[in-house]
Structure formats: C-alpha cells, structure tokens
Design a binder for this molecule. Sequence first.
Ligand code: MN3
Length: 207
Amino acid sequence: MTQFSVPDLPYEYGALTPAISEAIMKLHHDTHHEAYVTKLNAALADAHVEVNMGDGDQQALEGLLSSLSTLPDSTQTAVRNNGGGHYNHSLFWQCMCAGGNEASDELRGALEEKYGSFEAFKDAFTEKALGLFGSGWVWLQPNLDIIALPNQDNPIMEGGDAPLLGLDVWEHAYYLDYHASRKDYVDAWWSVVDWHFVERRYATSRG
Ligand code: MN3
C-alpha cells in the first residue's frame, strides 16, 4: 500500500520567528500538512491506486499530480487537493530558513532582467499574493513567470514545470500571527526565504 509521509521540518518550529511564529509552524506542519498526507493515503488506498515510491515522495507526487486524469474520477479531486497539499507544503518548508538569505548573482540577474529590478520582482510576486481571492498559492516558475493558483493547485497539475518557490497564502498560514493582514505576512515572509534553496532548483531546472 502506498504510504506518503510528512517530512520533518529542516529547522526548529521557532526558527522563522518573528516572521512566522512557532505556534503557526506547529499547527501548519503537524496538523494541516499531516491531514493532507493522511487523506491522500486514504484516497489512494480506497481506489487501490499503487504509486511507485522508489525515488521518494517528491518524485512520486510529481508523477501523480501530472497525471491526475489517469486516476479514477472519484479519486481525482481528493488526490488533487491532498496530493497537492502534501507536495506544496513539503516544498514550502524548504523554501524558508532562519533569517533568510540573498539570491545569487545568476538568479538575481535573471529576475532583474525580467522584472526590471529585484524589488520590482518582489512587488509583482506580492501583488499576485494579495490579489488571489480566497485560499491558494503563488509560484515562481523556472521561466521566472509568477503564477497564482487557488486551493492546493500547483503548476505541475496544469502540465507546467515544478515551481522553484511557493508561498502559501491560505489563512491558516498567517491568521494566528497577522489576523486578516495578508500583506503583513507576505512582507515578513520575504525575510525568511531561503534563496540558496531556490537557486539550486533554478540551476537544476536549467540542466
Ligand atoms: Mn498551508
């Protein structure tokens, strides 16, 4: 039976303070992410869908999410929401680190070229985050496009590439700390982005 599992955070729960509190990280990782994984495993078991886990959760999820239409109709929505939830959160934890860091010359230069300046890129990304109605995610793609998608949807589900960077703008990601101010959350989030992780993904995506 296919069993996906919640990865440990790559840092302590309180590592992202004050941008994101220990209380949010515990709730978000231990309760929300855990629930997506539990429901994903249940949906696959109910439909007797076996997934090759040989290369780990991330590879298996990329295969699953890019071929949702091959699943039984009754399973597609559950896998879309909960498989998306598992993939997106697993990526999200890795996109952050204590204190954040700076983008490299290569990625920074490419973003500056596309958006005019690094600040203009951040403004464009923030604008997408604030403009997304309801729950969803904002993604930076390997071609450096910024895409906002609802719910737990991910560019992979649309036939796109695996994102480099993702921002969770569900209320559960910030409400305890910032109440209804998504803008304060996004502004603080920039201070904990692990650009070294993002630039490794950028380099890999370019072969
Ligand atoms: Mn979330």
